[in-house]
Design a protein around this ligand. Structure first.
Ligand SMILES: Nc1ncnc2c1ncn2[C@@H]1O[C@H](COP(=O)(O)OP(=O)(O)OP(=O)(O)O)[C@@H](O)[C@H]1O
Ligand SMILES: [Mg+2]
Length: 508
């Protein structure tokens, strides 16, 4: 720690330091007895507490206090004097003095200092928490807004992509229309990627968690990362060999690491170093208390630090907002950190960012640790696409998506029954129960939602298969439900091939 002692008398300064030295080990005492030294100390600014006399040759302690307060509102200041009186003490307290100690009662000083430091610490912690709560609320409301928009866009994009694909299947490659349709499909693909990022930000991305070891996952990524980093950037990985597992979606965590590393790269145009580090961290009551809404417990801490340009206060405030970027138009969309934020929240984790202009940036990401052996995530099998002759009931409220599905399913050979909403779906199912092999339903529909429809139909027929499609994440269904046999989930917007393959998968 660094203490600033402002007093004209070298003898008094010595007494004060002697009183404090035993209690506050590893402390530097900076002694000030001239205006010029004070100005220099003010410019430097990094001390923990100030002890100031009242009667000074060049000014008064109250004046000093006001100057200090103006520049460092949270810095504790204790007046240590023998020329003061009650009036001065009262005026000082009003101006934000932390404590007032008479030189003839110097034995009280260590206690007064300790208390002032503790009060300042608590004030700082409270301020930090308030700031975090503000941030969380901002992110919540942005998430709702963005999630709603992204959801509607998904429906539109399903239509655009699907019709472009249908169109493409009807024209030859040489046809001038082919290029146009292909452009539509490619552009829609880019829009789909953006929509996915927005859904990730609003925590509505499909979430497929398993117990994974971050060390293994990152080790796999290193090769790729070193390829995208220029030579003048060092990449260091410091894994904790005893690292606990986390319940996480490996693909999403990869996105987090990639995004943070690319940001770090962009922040170091003249080279530097990226450190990726993992460790187990036990947060006790006090440790967890420093973060809003965090429970004490065992966490896996993933640190990604760079030695780049750092961020100023304005950028730090806004970095997680979707579309906030300081990069040239066309180089950054400003969705990277939004996605990182959403993904970590979806994992019940939290993050703390430390960044200073010119020094670099450190992202500390905490995931709740699990006490189990990590298993490798299954890789998805690729199915050859085929159609079928079964009867499928499609329940979808969006007319564009509905028409598209009908056209595609018929093309694949299926018999299709169409319903506009859950209620109509249920009625049609009752009429055709014997022939229907599969129900494809949107999750979010007016009147009767997908899940409700599912429960009604299950009572009528325990064997009929289900495929849910939605722009929302699968785990909204409830974990137990997703895992049920004969039920599949497809995220919008989907590829028509993917749709066909998923139908076959669920119909086996
Ligand atoms: N490691 C870092 N060092 C310095 N500034 C950073 C760092 N990471 C993020 N920032 C700042 O935060 C802003 C937002 O980052 P974010 O990843 O969301 O968007 P982007 O990188 O600008 O664009 P995108 O990731 O979509 O390509 C950046 O433009 C940059 O100003
Ligand atoms: Mg980025």
């Amino acid at each position: 720690m660094r203490f600033l002692i402002i007093d004209d008398s070298p003898y008094d300064r010595e007494l004060i330091i002697r009183k404090l030295r035993d209690e506050f080990r590893d402390t530097t005492f900076v002694e000030i007895s001239r205006q010029a030294d004070f100005d220099e100390a003010m410019a430097q600014g990094d001390f923990d507490i100030v002890l100031v006399d009242y009667g000074l040759k060049w000014t008064t302690g109250l004046d000093m206090l006001k100057k200090l307060r103006a520049r460092f509102p949270d810095l504790p200041v204790v007046m240590v004097t023998d020329t003061g009186n009650e009036e001065i003490a009262a005026e000082g307290m009003k101006a934000g003095l932390s404590d007032y100690v008479l030189k003839k009662h110097l034995q009280r000083l260590p206690f007064a200092v300790k208390e002032s430091l503790e009060k300042a610490r608590l004030r700082k912690e409270r301020k930090g928490l308030e700031e975090q709560v503000r941030q969380t609320q901002k992110m919540e409301s942005l998430g709702l807004l963005v999630g709603g928009i992204a959801h509607d866009f998904n429906n539109l994009l399903t239509g655009i992509t699907g019709y472009a694909q249908l169109g493409l299947s009807l024209v030859n490659q040489g046809d001038p229309l082919y290029e146009h349709l292909n452009h539509i499909r490619e552009t829609a693909k880019r829009a789909t990627t953006m929509t996915r990022q927005l859904l990730a930000f609003s925590r509505q991305q499909t979430f497929e968690p398993s117990d994974i070891n971050l060390n293994v996952m990152i080790a796999h990524l290193l090769d790729f990362l070193s390829k995208i980093l220029p030579e003048d950037i060092d990449l260091e990985f410091a894994p904790d060999p005893a690292l606990k597992s986390v319940t996480a979606d490996a693909i999403q965590i990869e996105q987090v690491v990639m995004n943070l590393c690319i940001n770090a790269r962009d922040a170091m145009p003249n080279g530097g170093k990226i450190l990726i580090k993992t460790q187990n961290v036990l947060l006790d009551e006090r440790g967890a208390g420093a973060y809003a809404g965090v429970q004490p417990g065992l966490y896996v801490l993933l640190t990604i630090a760079d030695t780049g340009v750092g961020m100023d206060e304005q950028v730090r405030e806004r970095m997680f907002e979707p579309f906030f970027t300081t990069k040239e138009p066309g180089t950054g969309t400003g969705l990277g950190l939004s996605m990182v934020h959403g993904i970590i929240a979806q994992h019940n984790g939290f993050l703390a960012v430390d960044s200073e202009m010119g020094k670099g940036t450190t992202f500390n990401i905490y995931f709740p640790a699990v006490d189990s052996v990590a298993v490798q995530a299954e890789t998805e099998e690729v199915h050859a696409i085929q159609g079928g002759k079964e009867t499928i009931l499609v329940v979808e409220d969006d007319p564009d998506v509905r028409e598209l599905m009908e056209a595609v399913l018929r093309e694949y050979g299926y018999t299709v029954i169409m319903a506009n909403d859950g209620e109509e779906g249920l009625t049609l199912f009752e009429q055709h129960a014997a022939s229907i092999a599969l129900v494809i339903a949107d999750l979010m529909m007016p009147k009767m939602k997908g899940r409700e429809l599912y429960e009604h139909i299950r009572r009528l027929s325990p064997t009929v298969r289900f495929l849910f499609v939605s722009g929302y994440r699968a785990n909204q269904l409830g974990q137990d439900f997703v895992l049920e046999k004969g039920v599949e989930f497809l995220e919008k917007p989907f590829d028509l091939d993917k749709l066909a393959a998923t139908i076959r998968k669920v119909l086996v």
